[in-house]
Write a protein that binds this ligand. Sequence first.
Ligand code: PEP
Ligand code: MG
Length: 881
Amino acid sequence: MNLGTEKRIYDLGEGGMHLVHLLGGKGAGLAEMRRMGLPVPAGFTITTAECTRYLKHGRLDEGLVNEVREAMGRLEAATGKSFGRGPRPLLVSVRSGAPVSMPGMMDTVLNVGLNEETMEAMVALTGDRRFALDSMRRLMQMFGTTVLGIPKEEFDRATLRVARNNGPGSADMMDLDTLDGLVREFGEVYRNHGLEFPQDPYRQLFMSIEAVFRSWNSDRARAYREINGIDDGMGTAVNVVEMVFGNMGEDSATGVVFTRDPNTGEKRLSGEYLVNAQGEDVVAGIRTPENVYGMERRMPGAFRDLVEACDRLERHYRDMMDIEFTVERGRLYLLQTRVGKRAPRAHLRITLDMLKEGLISVEEAVMRVEPEHIEGIMHPRVEDGQDGSVICSGLAASPGVATGEIVFSSDRAIELSKQGRRLILVRPETTADDVRGMAASAGFLTQKGGMTSHAAVVARAMGKPAVVGAEEIEVDHIGGVLRARGLTLREGDVVTVDGTTGRAYIGEVRVTEVAERDDIDEFLRVCDSVSRLQVWANANTPEEVALAKRNGAKGIGLARTERMFLGNDRIGVVRAMIMSRDSEERRLYLDRLLPMQVSDFTEFFRTMEGMPVIIRLLDPPLHEFLPEKEEILERLSGPADGESAAELKKMLETVRDLEEFNPMLGFRGCRLGIIHREIYEMQVRAIARAALRVRSEGIEPNVEIMVPLVGHENEMKELREIIMKTFSSEDPEGRIRYKIGTMIEVPRACLVADRIAEFADFFSFGTNDLTQMTFGYSRDDAEGKFIRQYIERGILRHDPFTSIDLDGVGRLMKIGVELGRKTKRDLEIGICGEHGGDPESIEFCHTIGLDYVSASPRRIPVARLAAARAAIRSAMGSRES
Ligand code: PEP
Ligand code: MG
């Protein structure tokens, strides 16, 4: 690049938004407005490239100095004013403006060009000495602090000193003599530092330009860039613009306006203005600004122009805008415009309205809303500024906020919830045994466990907030103590968990509101209209199925039948079944479970009204349904009510029998179904009966039966036969059409997917286990033990249990899809691991051609958005290539 011939300065009329990288957001916005013929003062922008050059050499180079002088000449000609001279002195503002918004991070100097001579000329011109003095003291203070680095407090103290000797408080209430005294006092402040306020206007100008360039590297600007991931090499542009004055009396003002309400999204102006004031006064909070609609009465002409400008800018940018303006003697000037920041719920309203107004297309509407917006709208979160109450930080496992009293055991949670208490279940980790206690609590906090740990998965399914794997806390559930950041908390102490950010707080804290549900539904219908990938739900109870449907699920992608085994009325029977001596005794208990499962499945098929329902046959190792060994031993050591020691001993024996070194790689899933086929037979029978029952009520159920943990085609072959045989024993006439499919969650299954597909009507990727087995990371321990450190060290880019690891797990999935469809072209394929609710993973699922993603009911809205965005992105990608 030849820096010598590069254009260094753009007059405002020359640029536009396409040059934002060179002109910065402010400069490009001003240029754009000027091109549109809106009332913008004249001026020019020095490019960001000059900032980089200045910072490299530490001085303004000769060429730039000359070009600035030339640009000032053009500005003088355009305005009919003279820089540094009367009778019409030209004053300018010198303002920063980076390509990416960094609000308030860099410097600005106003009223540059004012000195003793031009001040008198301003007095003569305006007849208003007060205004001229006020402008002067503002320049001296801003120049002193920003350009010369004199501490602001020294100017504040000087103001107080003068005010104290001469009556009223702040500068804008001072009389003429006092203001005059203040200007002299400010001169003293300079001299105390061995400095002089420069009278030469060009010296003022160049020093201000340098100060703005330098402010790119101020500590706060650097910190802001670091936090927000903004490139340090970008640099800031400098805008030199003719000053217009909002402090010229009662017909002058300065203000800020949003073209729509940034909190609600309502289509009306929202903003504030101050009469007889200059730029920084509105934000400085010295005087209380008035509502912008007050202008309608006080300065109707300017207000009309403002309304029109807002309308034009919105239509031009096709977005809600944030505009800074000044009214000088009744005439409106626009000083800045940018896309306005807004609350997530306002963002949704605005997007929908703009779509209806025809301002944006469906694709634009969908791409403007980020998954975080939906999260922010669907779930309340803790408001900012309450960090002092944080007691720990862990994994944000299930979104939402819940406040309640701490309780350390599930039994206690069940007991206290009956008294109507709101509870937070705090555990080292949860197990299948805690499900009832979890149902009785409002939220969860665990010391251990990852994003696919029991607590996380159950919390998401139940739609309750959870913070898991907060390793910094210590949970002594036996002693009933939670230790966190120096605090010792006990049962009954109130805490708040924010499952959206992963933080827990002491006591109750302020939370944000949730938006109108109607808006979300309307927006998600727009999303569905462009998606290819369907969104189904993981749901295990009739309540979860109902919620899934309410959130727009088009099917149930995973019903984990083991969760149904844990109900109060059945866990006893399940345990007896597990402890049975032989399959004959086992069948006896299974017969008692049968009607219960029939009623569960009936409810599922009824609620889903003909949409697909995938019921997965039993998956976890059987010991998970029994109490832990230590607990049985403890019960055995004391007198146990209603429990015979013989019974406990039998249970202990069974637990010992079932003990395995690696239970997650052990006797579970289809292995269990093959060895104890009576369990699966009972479940298939229940599915068939439920389907027949619902059919007799006039609903054609869409039944899919899923086998977990298949790794070898022969497993599938054998189970397919068992399932078909059992089903037809219930439905000999074949009235119910159903599919038999498999989870693909063992790496080998991906590699032999073509063979497995011979015996499967559908595949569903179980990416929780697939990730666990592909990496060899325990899904219950890895996140707490080392994954966070791996991410910090850059070994892993992200947690593979949250977002699919595309290089490894993703590759296996791709192989699985290709091989599966090689055998059966139309093979239905989905995903039901927790990744099915993760936007990044959803995009990948779209790319490899899955038919649906199945997510926990609360994540369905985000998943619907992600599916739509994936479709649009891939259409854009294929158009580009
Ligand atoms: C999986 O492994 O991804 C899955 C959905 O099954 P589960 O989490 O029940 O093991
Ligand atoms: Mg699994």
